[in-house]
Design a protein. Structure first.
Length: 416
């Protein structure tokens, strides 16, 4: 049996292809069960995210064509439309690939932590669908162990590598407790959504979202227990904000020096932390001249992000070394499985011999034989029966000049 990983990701396929091969959570159970029954596939799991869809499975042959056929049938797509975008790995490379994916080394954002949770979801779905066997289940557990080791022993996830996350990290440094702060986010695009998500995760006290289109602001704010306002309401609410993050597509500044100065007076000069992530700027540069305002631009944060990316790349090199070790650990476990059947058969044979000798001894005891004599005979007979075949084989090995078998036997039986 062969371990295989087959998939597409953000590097190999455009979103138009990735979305067609995606497996929503509600489809996973039935899809896994159907895949499990397909031809020579004996174990299967599916990882499906916005950036990748990957299939992990065991099969009789190292041939991904069966999977290509199954995808084509399941998704009703001509194989020629998606197969050029596929990559595949077998055995050792499958193990390494899964470890690297779970550690965030194969992600669009190097070291991002979300992929590990998505990998655990893939494992859970396959476990519940009953499509995991001993090997793939063990591989997933080794994968999680490798990811934990990398997170613990390297700095791959410790530094922010998006301007949104960098802004929130900076806010945490400025304020003792985010839970006591109010954040005003201006805009409703991807950057503001990401900022809101990070702020909500770190327990900010209150979120206000202002946008030109009120409905978009309301839709976004409702995800984070926040409040929506229109841009025209900014003068009334700016003084509430301890943290202001703005990212719109406006060609003109939204917050001028006068408006911010008025808000500071209303706040009795309580400081405001402001981050302008827009290009062109949303906040007039002159705002930086005001006392009690800490203004950062996208360039300020981008320098931090670039430094942190360098730090993550260095950590990634350490992570690869950890993965090398973890791959070898799993391969050692796999190799040990090759001896399991022999061990099982040998144990079964010994237990049968023991039971035969024991039954004879018990019969003798029930017929009134001396117990000491019965025990001595049992020990003598059992020993002879257990060593008879190995001794006969060793004699034959000696006669045939098979010194390799004799040396191996001395090692197996630990004979000096």
């Amino acid at each position: 049996m062969t371990l295989l990983a087959v998939g597409i990701n953000y590097n190999t396929a455009p979103v138009s292809i990735r979305e067609r091969l995606a497996f929503p959570a509600e489809m996973l159970d039935i899809s896994l069960k159907n895949l499990y029954k397909y031809r020579d596939i004996s174990e299967a799991a599916i990882l499906s995210t916005c950036n990748r869809t990957e299939f992990y499975f065991r099969a009789a042959e190292a041939n991904p064509q069966n999977l290509v056929d199954w995808i084509a049938e399941t998704k009703q797509i001509n194989p020629y439309e998606f197969s050029p975008y596929l990559y595949s790995h077998t055995d050792n490379e499958t193990i390494r690939h899964m470890f690297r994916v779970a550690c965030g080394l194969d992600s669009m954002i190097l070291g991002e932590p979300q992929i590990l949770g998505q990998m655990k979801t893939a494992y859970q779905a396959a476990y519940q669908a009953g499509t995991l066997g001993k090997t793939l289940s063990k591989l997933f557990h080794h994968t999680f162990s490798a990811a934990k080791k990398v997170r613990t022993d390297t700095a791959i996830g410790s530094s922010p590598v998006s301007v949104a996350f960098a802004a929130v990290q900076l806010a945490q440094q400025i304020f003792d407790k985010l839970s006591n702060q109010t954040a005003l986010l201006i805009g409703a695009g991807e950057t503001i959504e990401l900022t809101a998500r990070h702020l909500h995760h770190y327990g900010v006290g209150k979120i206000l979202i202002a946008n030109r289109t009120y409905d978009k602001a309301h839709m976004l704010a409702s995800q984070f227990n926040g409040y929506a306002i229109s841009l025209s309401e900014l003068p009334e609410h700016l003084a509430e904000a301890d943290i202001v993050v703005s990212s719109t597509a406006s060609q003109l500044p939204i917050l001028g020096k006068g408006l911010v100065e008025s808000a500071i007076k209303k706040r009795k000069h309580k400081p405001i932390f402001m981050v302008d992530l827009a290009v062109p700027r949303d906040i007039e540069p002159e705002v930086e001249q005001l006392r009690d305002v800490y203004l950062y631009t996208v360039d300020d944060l981008q320098n931090t992000v670039n430094q942190n990316m360098d730090s993550r790349r260095q950590a990634a090199e350490q992570a690869e070394e950890i993965i090398d070790t973890k791959v070898e650990h799993f391969l050692a476990w796999l190799r040990s499985q090759g001896a399991q059947e022999t061990i099982r058969d040998y144990r079964h044979q010994a237990e049968q011999t023991r039971d035969e000798v024991l039954q004879k001894a018990l019969a003798q005891l029930s017929n009134g034989a001396n117990s000491e004599e019965v025990l001595e005979r049992l020990a003598h007979t059992l020993t002879n029966k257990l060593i008879h075949t190995p001794c006969a084989q060793l004699r034959e090995a000696g006669a045939n000049d098979r010194h390799d078998l004799i040396a191996a036997s001395r090692e197996i039986f630990k004979l000096r």
